[in-house]
Design a protein around this ligand. Structure first.
Ligand SMILES: *Cc1c(COP(=O)(O)O)cnc(C)c1O
Length: 385
């Protein structure tokens, strides 16, 4: 499909068709898993179809990369072995020693660790700021700020940042706006359309959607930056393998229908929790009292499948809710069809204790799946006791 013909198609059509043309050899309607490392050349340097070695490019990965670019309305998509591999390639492409990265105060723990423990050791400076507070963001920008990193909704408190407003701040200061779109997925929000420069994905989560693959992606708005990222993807080598690319591509075909159900179930659950006597706070951008609700309405199609809440009785009570849940599986990660529950303080965010990313001890996080919502509500009712 040409980029021009793609522009007229709806999201779900693109999710199913972009990058997914019939296999030229057999007509197979699903891209085959090209489990191959190297390609026969017709004479020295005579490449058939442009492939020479699968770190540089592989047809199954190309299918996924074209699909990612189409769904995010970008010019270049790249697929990696994990979300963090994608982040690492991005940071090492755009930053050099002496540059400054502005992170959200509630960044994904792995992003915080990558920047503060790995990239910082290499001479890149960083600060964390509340991305919902535009004045604080402006005040934290320095002449050497190269990257403004945003996650919205954020993890685990579901904070909302205004992507369009941050894009103008980034543009004014000559920094790149990077949006980690893992929690929303492009079905709910397209940061590049709102002015961001690069979108980051952990395709492990909603894009893959079935808790069966670890993967990452980058999509660049500018083809020249896309080209530099592709150079680094090949030079560093943390690419997505053919089978993993195939799994993510398969998951993406149902992204829209899955997200509709994730959102509908999460909305019911958020309203239920808001009325529950043992729940002291509910964090869900779809609730009118959420401080980011207005911005979420402006930039998102719906409010996502992640909900977190605080339990009366403190840490022990929150841990007990997690332990009593049966249908909600106790586990880390998110975005799969099955519902998950976890205690961020002791699980996903344990390493953040004492840092700016520390989370309340009485917090419980849900990744609401696509099961029958009445069964999910019944499980929460018994777990809350
Ligand atoms: C999981 C996650 C990542 C990291 O992705 P991996 O695939 O686990 O490497 C980055 N950002 C967010 C928001 C995530 O949820």
């Amino acid at each position: 499909m040409s980029e021009q013909s793609q522009q007229q198609l709806g999201f779900d059509t693109l999710a199913i068709h972009a990058g997914n043309g019939a296999d030229p050899r057999t007509g197979a309607v699903v891209p085959p898993i090209y489990q191959v490392s190297t390609y026969k050349q017709d004479g020295v340097g005579g490449l058939r179809g442009g492939y020479e070695y699968s770190r540089s490019a592989n047809p199954t990965r190309t299918a996924l990369e074209e699909n990612l670019a189409a769904l995010e309305a970008g010019r270049r998509g790249l697929a990696f072995a994990s979300g963090l591999a994608a982040e690492d390639a991005l940071l090492r492409t755009v930053c050099k020693p002496g540059d400054h990265v502005l992170l959200p105060g509630d960044a994904y723990g792995g992003t915080f660790r990558l920047v503060s423990k790995v990239v910082a050791g290499w001479g890149v400076e960083w600060d964390a700021v509340d991305m919902a507070d535009l004045d604080a963001v402006r005040a934290s920008i320095r002449p050497n700020t190269r990257v403004l990193w945003v996650e919205t909704p954020s993890n685990p408190l579901l904070g909302i940042a205004d992507i369009a407003a941050l894009a103008s701040v980034a543009r004014e200061s000559g920094a790149l706006l990077v949006v980690d779109n893992t929690f929303a997925s492009p079905y709910l929000q397209q940061p590049l359309v709102l002015g961001a420069d690069v979108v980051v994905h952990s395709t492990t989560k909603y894009m893959g959607g079935h808790s069966d693959v670890v993967g990452g992606g980058l999509v660049a708005a500018d083809p020249e930056l896309g080209e530099r990222l592709a150079f680094h993807q090949n030079a560093m080598g943390a690419v997505a393998g053919p089978f993993d690319s195939w799994l993510v591509l398969r998951g993406i075909k149902t992204l829209g229908v899955r997200m509709d159900r994730h959102c509908a179930n999460a909305e019911r659950i958020a309203h239920y929790l808001a009325e529950h006597p043992r729940v002291t706070a509910v964090h869900y951008p779809g609730l009118p009292e959420h401080p980011g609700h207005e911005v979420a309405v402006k930039q998102m199609r719906a409010f996502g499948g992640m909900v977190s809440f605080r339990v009366a009785g403190g840490e022990e009570a929150a841990v007990a809710v997690c332990d009593r849940a049966k249908l909600f599986t106790l586990g880390e990660s998110l975005g799969g069809v099955e519902s998950l529950i976890e205690h961020p303080g002791r699980m996903t965010h344990a390493s953040a204790a004492g840092s700016p990313l520390e989370v309340p001890a009485d917090l419980v996080r849900l990744s609401v799946g696509i099961e029958s919502v009445d069964d999910l509500l019944a499980d929460l009712t018994q777990a809350l006791g």
